[in-house]
Design a protein around this ligand. Sequence first.
Ligand code: WTA
Length: 648
Amino acid sequence: MAEKAIDDLMLENRKFPPSAAFKKTSLVTGTELYDEGNEDYQSFWARQASELVTWDKDWDTVCEWNLPYAKWFLGGQLNVSYNCLDRHVLAGRGDKVAFYWEGEPGESRVITYQQLLDEVSKFANSLKSLGVEKGDRVNIYLPMIPEAAVAMLACARIGAAHSVVFGGFSSQSLSDRINDAEAKVLITADGGYRRGEVFPLKPQADEAIATTPSIEKVVVVRRGNNPVDMKAGRDHWYHDLIDAASSDCPAEPMDSEQLLFLLYTSGTTGKPKGIMHTTGGYLTQVAFTHKYVFDLNPDKDIYWCTADVGWVTGHSYIVYGPLANGATSVMYEGVPNYPANDRFWSIIEKYKVSIFYTAPTAIRTFMKWGDQEPAKHDLSSLRLLGSVGEPINPEAWMWYHEHIGRGNCPIVDTWWQTETGGIMISPLPGATTLKPGSATFALPGIGMEVVDDECHHVEKGGGYLTLTQPWPAMLRGIWKDPERYQDAYWSRFEGRYFAGDGCKLDDDGYIWLLGRVDDVMNVSGHRISTTEVESALVSHPAVAEAAVVGANDATTGQAIMAYVILRTGFDVTESDLRNHVAKEIGAIAKPKAIFFTPDLPKTRSGKIMRRLLRDVAEGRNLGDTTTLADANVVSELQRRAAETPSED
Ligand code: WTA
C-alpha cells in the first residue's frame, strides 16, 4: 500500500514540527510523559488512573501479568457511567453540552450532561425492569443516534456487558453475534437514515431473533417511522419504557475487571472474534489517549469523531473517552454526501468543530470530490485533525493538512485496534514533529518493538509490529475461546502480542504502517476476513469454490476481489452473488468484482495461491508459477482481469 509513495517521501523527508502557536496552549510539549512511561510503565498508568478516573475503592495491585492475561487495578472499584456522567454533573457542569447530534435529514438535538445522566438512569432502570442483571449481555443494533450512547452507558451503569453490532451488518451476522454472546436483550430501532432514505433495522432484527433463543426482550427506538411489527410481551418501545422509568438509579461500583463490553471483529477464519474489554484499565487508557492525543481542552474544544458506534472507534472515541473527559462532541447520523458532498464541512462550520477525527478512506473520497467542497465553508475553528483505521498515504495526509487544516493544524495519525481498546501509536501534537504518512512513535506507557521473522529486533527497515508489555485497555481475551486468544495473538512471537501489521522504521525511528500481513482485508478502514467472504460465497448453491483477496484500491485502501468457480448447471450473475454476500454479512463485505473461473491457482498440495491472485487483481507481472498445479489457470485469470471490473 502506497509503499512507493512512502519511499519517495522518506527520501524527501518533509517534517512538520508543532507551531509555536499550537505549543502555547498544548498539554504536552516536551518528553516528560515518555520519560515517565519508560521509567516504569505501571506507575505511569497508575498515575493516569488516579488523575483521570474516579474510583469508589482504590486498587491493591496495579497490574497482574500472567502472560497472555493481564488484570489492571485489581481490587479497585468504579463505575464507568458515573465517570462519564455523574461526576461532571456533581461538579456543576450539568448544563454543559455532551452531544450536539445532527440527524441526516438536518435536525439537531442538543444533549447536556444532566440530560444524558437522566436518560441513562431511566434506561438503566428500564433494563432492570426487563430482567437485565449484572453480568448479562445486551445486544445493541442501532443507527447513529444518541440512544446508542444511552444504551451503552445504561448497560455500564448496571454491570451488563454490551455487544454493539454495526447497523450495516446483515441479520445473519447479527444472529451469529447474539448467539455467541448469548445476549438476553436486543436494543434496536425501527430504522435509520442513510443517504436520504430510511433503512429498516427492526425487520432485520426480527429475522435475526428467529434464530436466537437467548433473546427474551427487544427494545425498539423510534427513528425512521417505518412500519414495524411489535410482538406483544417481547417487544417494547424505548419511549414507553423511558416515560415509565424513574431517573433515580445510583451507579453501582464495579470491580475493575468487570466485563464492560464485547465487540466482534474479523480474524483470519470465518468466525468473528468476541473481543473482551473490562472496566478500570479500559477507561484509564481511553481517557488518557483522548485527552493527550487530541490535546483536549474540555472547556473550549468541540470534538467530532466521524466513526460509527458499531466500531471500536465509536466505543472509545465517541462514547467513553470524550464523556470521561467531560468533552463536548458532535455526533452525526448519516453519510458525508447527503444532501451534497460538503456535508461534513457544513457541520464543522455549524458547530465550530475544533478537533476532527476521521478515516483515510474518507479523506481520499473528499480529495476525489474536489477542493471546492471544503472551500465553500469556514473551517477556521479547526485546530487539530486525526486519522484512524488504515495507513494514511502521504498524498492524502498533505491534502488533509492543506485543504481541511489550512496548513496550521497538526494531524495525529493514530494506530490501534479493536483488541488494543485505545490508541497505541500516535504523535502527541504539541510535542512530536510530524512526517506525512507516519504514525510516528508509541505513546508513553506503551511497549512496542518491530521484529523480523525470527523475532529479532529491527532497528531500521521492515518488520512486524509487536507489543512487548501489557497495557491497560488491552483485550482480556476472546469470548468463550481462550485457545484462539493464545493462537491468534501470542503464538507467532513468543512472549509478545502480534498485531498482524507490517511496518517500517526509518532513519529517525519513525514508524510507517504498511497494512495487514495476514488474511484480513482492510476495506474503508473496516476489517473483513477473506475466509468470511469466501464462506458467504460458497453458501450460495451455485458456487462450488471461491477465493477472495484484498487488492489495493485508491479510495477504499483495499477492495474485495473474488474468484468463483460455479457448479455446472447453475446460472448466476455477478450481481446475484454480490447481493448474496451482502445478505450474509452486510453491504460492507460486497466484493467489488467477481471473476468467474473454471479453476483456481493452487499449489500441488491444494492450497489456494492468494498472493498470486492478489498479483493478478492488481495487474502485476507474475513471478515464478512453476509450483502451481496448473499454470494455465493464471493466464486465463489475467485475461479476465484485464476486462474492467464492475461495481454498483
Ligand atoms: C489498521 C480500528 C495504519 C491496522 C481502530 C490494524 C491502521 C487494524 C491504523 C485495526 C493507522 C488502524 N495506520 N493502519 N493509523 N489504524 N489500522 O480493529 O491494520 O477496526 O490492525 O480498529 O486497522 O482495525 P480495527
